[in-house]
Design a protein around this ligand. Structure first.
Ligand SMILES: [Fe+2]
Length: 181
């Protein structure tokens, strides 16, 4: 599936603007991580873009989250390696590949970064730096939904926390126009 078709698929099922932006942020981060592991940025990017495809569809049944997405993606021809990452991002499959681990760690990290940018006096991604981000990371009650342990699982990819936060921040700054932040 090409990028345009993936975007059309996402926007067919995801109407919430902030959720679409979250998917774009994960796409950007994964695109930039893929070459580190000798992988295709396009494929990793699509995993980020589509991982929350079914959030609105499964609103009443959160236990079906990712399972419905994988049904749709299977019909669209995505392979098991790809769909395993979607399942694994919410603990519905074991994390076996680098893509599984990368999506899992990136998902809450983008949330922490958006929340940090919004509470910065300048309210922009460009104004956020690693020091600011690490302070927010350490405040347990700040953006509590951004699971700190899940973010710290970046170590399973071979990245220290500082490097992982910096990389994800840089990826999101790269698309700050799309994120309108
Ligand atoms: Fe997500």
């Amino acid at each position: 599936m090409n990028r345009l078709d993936a975007w059309l698929l996402l926007t067919k099922y995801v109407k919430n603007k902030n959720l679409r932006k979250h998917c774009l942020a994960c796409e950007a981060a994964l695109e930039d991580l893929a070459p580190e592991f000798g992988e295709e940025p396009e494929t990793w990017g699509l995993a980020g873009l589509l991982h929350d495809l079914d959030v609105e569809l499964t609103k009443q049944n959160p236990e079906k989250h990712a399972i419905v997405a994988v049904e749709i993606l299977g019909q669209e021809g995505f392979d098991k390696d790809f769909t395993n990452a979607i399942l694994a991002h919410c603990n519905k499959a074991e994390r076996k590949s680098n893509l599984d681990r990368a999506l899992y760690a990136v998902d809450p990290t983008t949330g922490l970064i958006v929340a940090s940018a919004l509470m910065h006096p300048e309210k922009s991604l460009k104004a956020v730096d690693l020091i600011f981000l690490k302070k927010r990371f350490k405040e347990k009650r700040f953006a509590a939904g951004a699971d700190r342990r899940q973010i710290s699982s970046c170590i399973d990819l071979g990245f220290g926390l500082d490097e992982f936060l910096s990389r994800t921040l840089a990826s999101m700054q790269r698309i700050s126009g799309d994120l309108e932040l």
